[in-house]
Write a protein that binds this ligand. Structure first.
Ligand SMILES: Nc1ncnc2c1ncn2[C@@H]1O[C@H](COP(=O)(O)OP(=O)(O)OP(=O)(O)O)[C@@H](O)[C@H]1O
Ligand SMILES: [Mg+2]
Length: 490
């Protein structure tokens, strides 16, 4: 459970936060002055602090400096009536996480609080490098015993000891973000903040200002000065995720920060010096982007000082059983409600707060090991999670494993699978409408077979299992429909 501390002398402000955020996973506590707030921080170690910039007694800015002097990692959000006052800007320069304008806009409040809680988890939830994950622990693990992952662990150790820029590469869902957090947590800057920015998630025209800030009047909507992430994170570690999506203009500016440790805010001429360690990640092929003139070569060499490549899951299948057990344990820990299948005399759910992990049958595990995992560990995590929900008993059977809902791997893509299947079926149906000789059912069958082969990386045994036909039948159909390659339908 995380804790949010609200420091404000008006009780209705605390009530607004409690009403909107108090939940079984978030405890909201209050303090009515800066002094009381500092006291509660020592005693309760909140995950995030939200504080009025104007307080009686010790003012907000002084309290912020005091908090940061003791622990730079706690995200502190300032509440203010104006974003453009000097005090708000000062607060951002002193590392405030963000600010919220009063009166509150609830969706914005939700967005900022959730972002701060995530930042706090990134810093606090320990990421351990492990072969055999500890079932009872809350920590996250980078699980793996394959020699490829042992290499990764070694590299994370080496890289953590240095302050140099790190580039993490690997396909989607291979654990790049997890590796970034491990590097931060094991490094010399672990007492300083860690901020993550997803370059692909921020509109291109806003990204430069998000990273470097802007001066008043830099563009039409720049009504006041704004402090960017580089300044805010001074002394700490910045994780630039999806760096392959960085626009050219921003690439140039980033190169200069890496070379000289300095930059100018958008529309400004004052040179600002910062000391920020950069960890970058991408699933794109930067070398190819350089050839296509979409990524600066000089920036690539600057980023690529230390490189960690996360191997795709299909190249380290021996890690799959370990990962499956790890996820089964985690899901059990998160679902304390699951009653035991063989109730004890008391008839109640065990009081330990943990559900019992489900097991996986051997054929079920074989299916998982045989699959090609285009969405890597994230896809495995999703499928194991679904299977635990589907399995009626204590043991996961092959029928509980649903493949189709997770093509592509990325969480965001999961919902996108249906439209793509729908549109494929639409195309087939439209052809049937316009062609009187068209064999609709045969074409659907052909499509499903090609798709199953594509999903399984061409593994016929597994594709047959998915389709519910024998391997001999599958072979006949492949011949009949002249399905040439596993990549024919995607
Ligand atoms: N080796 C691993 N052990 C345990 N969990 C892992 C491992 N690798 C990845 N995960 C889990 O898989 C999910 C995806 O990992 P992560 O977000 O780090 O991937 P990513 O490489 O950043 O993916 P993307 O390119 O799509 O952003 C997370 O829930 C993460 O905890
Ligand atoms: Mg990622």
């Amino acid at each position: 459970m995380q804790t949010l501390l609200v420091i404000d002398d008006e009780t209705h402000v605390f009530e607004a936060f409690a009403r909107n955020f108090d939940s079984p996973s978030l405890r909201v506590i209050s303090a009515s002055s800066g002094e009381e707030g500092l006291d509660r921080i020592v005693r309760e170690k909140p995950d995030v602090v939200v504080m009025d910039i104007r307080l009686g007694g010790m003012d907000g800015l002084s309290v912020l400096k005091e908090i940061r002097g003791r622990d730079m990692r706690v995200p502190v959000i300032m509440m203010t009536a104006y974003s453009t006052t000097q005090t708000t800007i000062e607060a951002m320069k002193h590392g405030a996480f963000d600010y919220l304008l009063k009166p509150f806009d609830v969706p914005k409040m939700e967005e900022v609080i959730q972002a701060a809680l995530k930042a706090s988890r990134d810093m606090r939830v320990k990421v351990s490098l492990t072969q055999e994950p500890d079932a009872g622990s809350e920590d996250l693990g980078i699980v793996g015993k394959s020699s490829a992952m042992q290499e990764v662990f070694k590299k994370i150790g080496l890289v953590s000891a240095s302050h140099a820029t790190v580039l993490i590469t690997g396909e989607s869902g291979t654990g790049k973000e997890l590796a970034a957090k491990a590097i931060y947590q094991n490094g010399g800057r672990r007492e300083k903040p860690f901020l993550a920015i997803n370059c692909a998630a921020i509109p291109e025209n806003l990204l430069e200002s998000e990273l470097f800030g802007h001066e008043k009047g830099a563009f039409t909507s720049a009504i006041g000065q704004r402090i960017g992430k580089f300044e805010q994170c001074n002394g700490g570690t910045l994780f630039l995720d999806e760096i392959g999506d960085l626009p050219m203009t921003v690439q140039t500016k980033l190169l200069r920060v890496l070379q000289e440790g300095e930059f100018q805010r958008v529309g400004g001429n004052q040179t600002i010096h910062v000391d920020v360690r950069l960890i970058a990640a991408t699933n794109k092929d930067l070398a190819r982007m350089i050839e296509e003139k979409k990524f600066r070569e000089d920036l690539y060499y600057r980023l690529n000082v230390l490189r960690i490549h996360l191997p795709p899951l299909r190249e380290r299948k021996e890690d799959i059983p370990l990962l499956v057990k790890y996820f089964l344990n985690r899901f059990a820990a998160k679902s304390p409600d699951r009653p035991p299948t063989h109730p004890t005399g008391s008839g109640t759910v065990s009081g330990s707060g943990r559900g019992r992990p489900k097991q996986i049958s051997e054929p079920g595990m074989r299916l998982l090991v045989d699959y090609s995992w285009p969405g890597n560990v994230r896809e495995l995590e999703n499928i194991v999670q679904r299977a635990t929900v589907h399995a009626a008993g204590d043991v996961i059977l092959p029928k509980d494993i649903e493949w189709h809902a997770h093509a592509g791997g990325k969480k965001e893509d999961a919902a996108g699978v249906r439209p793509s299947l729908d549109s494929a079926l639409d195309v087939l149906f439209d052809q049937a409408l316009t062609d009187s000789q068209y064999k609709l059912m045969a074409n659907i069958e052909r499509y499903m077979i090609a798709r199953a082969l594509s999903k399984t990386g061409g593994n016929q045994v597994q594709a047959a299992k998915i389709l519910g036909i024998t391997r001999a039948t599958l072979r006949k159909r492949i011949e009949k429909y002249k399905i040439r390659s596993k990549l024919e339908v995607n």
